[in-house]
Design a protein. Structure first.
Length: 70
């Protein structure tokens, strides 16, 4: 995912079957999404760089990604 430095984004998460997270430890972002829940989170990226994105309970299953802020 690519995001613009200083821009505010409204992110919408859905977890239809089980608990998930949208976690970027280096940016202090942790969104928890319960099964069947829709969560709206506003995020402003204030640090440029490449960051690891994980789903905490599913990281070992490969549910990881990367976020680039520039």
């Amino acid at each position: 995912f690519d995001f613009e430095l200083g821009k505010t984004y409204t992110l919408i998460f859905e977890a239809p079957g089980e608990f998930h997270t949208f976690t970027i430890n280096d940016l202090g972002i942790e969104v928890n999404i319960l099964p069947g829940e829709t969560v709206t989170q506003t995020v402003t990226f204030e640090q440029a760089g490449d960051f690891q994105l994980i789903c905490v309970p599913h990281e070992s299953l490969g549910m990881v990604g990367a976020v680039t802020v520039s």
